[in-house]
Design a protein around this ligand. Structure first.
Ligand code: IPM
Ligand code: MG
Length: 400
């Protein structure tokens, strides 16, 4: 049996978490306006290389974006800003998920494009610092992780609205070993946090002419927190009369995504953080692998766009980093273009990624010298975006 001191210590720890989270709820109640990119001048785009192959692929993505936004850069409407120091070495030296000076630089930018960053895991030699992704999402309050997955040929057009700041991630590095045998983590769901992500999903559906939103939980088992998420969905759903919604449990939804007869019916998903983490990897794999998907982390004030694969340190060690495929971070860049108001340009870049990477494949990347380099693939993408027949080329493949 644990003595009362052990229990008191755990209660005190829990008490601190409650205090933090209640303060957070108060902050969430403050109404922050959305950044209006029509009015911002210049729009500052920060570029964070990250670890491993990150600097190679983000450099390529930046080169492509600078090329596509040449006029805007020349007229001072858009500014690119390289931000150094979001590397595992620097983060470990400062013992910080994001070193203070790096965070200050990030906050000078409206949006950032980020390469993969190494996340330390128990026993891998690096100090146990929090994931840079998770820290950035929390620091900049990037509450919506938007992950589209499209396979036009199969009629699949999914957009996931993954809550990005709460759930098991909110205090993921503050769980407690109560005794040697008892470990407890905490799952945090708030009314405000649920409302804003569910609303974002319904707004997206409305904006893009979709009429169905799936709300994913495990509310039959995780009754209190997932129950709240579902309750909030009921209230939000009432405000969107033209849009149908249904609650689905995460387990059956993972099965539905591989059910070829049913999966086309799903359009927009809203889900708590961890279920979203898992389901979006599954969905990306169905599209062709996690390297083919882009990911947007959207908040009202800031937004960050990232590759969703890892940093592949082995490619760098073996001297193959120039062969790393920049597609995922370029796709994130295409989402960024749309987010800051260059909608058509962003869509063209997405089409070029589909044509070059999935259909036409005139140049193929293999991750080694048997294929082309990231830079050569980047040239192929830029030439494809510039082609006046791009749309027809894309449709020809999709409808084939
Ligand atoms: C993702 C990743 C991150 C997450 C990791 C790297 C912390 O898996 O963006 O989905 O768990 O959110
Ligand atoms: Mg993930």
């Amino acid at each position: 049996m644990a003595d009362t001191r052990t229990i008191e210590r755990a209660k005190e720890h829990f008490g601190k978490i409650l205090e933090q989270q209640l303060q957070r709820v108060e902050r969430l109640k403050i109404n922050v306006p959305w950044t209006d990119y029509q009015k911002v001048k210049p729009i500052t785009i920060g570029v964070l290389g990250g670890d491993g192959i990150g600097p190679f692929i983000t450099n390529e993505a930046q080169r492509i974006l600078q090329h596509l936004l040449k006029k805007e850069v020349d007229t001072g409407k858009v500014v690119f800003r390289a931000i150094e120091g979001l590397t595992i070495e620097n983060r470990a030296a400062k013992l910080k998920a994001i070193p203070d000076d790096v965070l200050a630089e990030i906050k000078k930018c409206h949006v950032t494009l980020k390469g993969p960053t190494h996340t330390p895991e128990k026993g891998d030699g690096w100090p146990n610092i929090e994931s840079a992704n998770v820290a950035m999402r929390k620091e900049l309050d990037l509450f919506a992780n938007v992950r589209p997955v499209r396979i036009p040929k199969q009629g699949i057009d999914w957009t996931f609205y993954r809550e990005n700041t709460e759930d098991i991630y909110a205090v993921g590095s503050q769980g407690i070993d109560v005794t040697e045998d008892l470990a407890i983590d905490f799952k945090v769901i708030t009314t405000q946090g649920s409302e804003r992500i569910i609303e974002a999903a319904f707004d997206h559906a409305k904006r893009t002419g979709k009429n169905y939103v799936a709300i994913i939980t495990k509310a039959n088992i995780v009754k209190t927190t997932d129950g709240k998420f579902l309750d909030v969905a009921k209230k939000v759903g009432e405000r969107y009369p033209g849009i149908r919604w249904e609650g689905w449990y995460i387990d059956i939804m993972t099965a539905m995504l591989v059910n070829e007869a049913r999966r086309k019916d799903f359009q927009v998903f809203a889900l708590p953080n961890l279920y979203g983490d898992i389901l979006t990897d599954e969905a990306a794999q169905i599209q062709g692998g996690v390297g083919t998907a882009g990911s947007a982390n959207i908040g009202k004030q800031y937004a960050m766009f990232e590759a969703i694969h890892g940093s592949a340190p082995r490619m760098v060690k073996e001297g193959r980093a120039q062969y790393a495929d920049p597609s995922s971070v370029v796709r994130a860049g295409a989402m960024m273009l749309q987010h800051i108001g260059y909608t058509q340009l962003g869509k063209r870049l997405e089409m070029a990624l589909d044509v070059c990477g999935q259909y036409e494949k005139k140049l193929v990347m293999t991750g080694r010298s048997t294929g082309v380099t990231g830079k050569e693939f980047g040239e192929y993408l830029m030439a494809t975006v510039a082609d006046s027949r791009l749309e027809a080329r894309w449709e020809q493949y999709v409808k084939a």
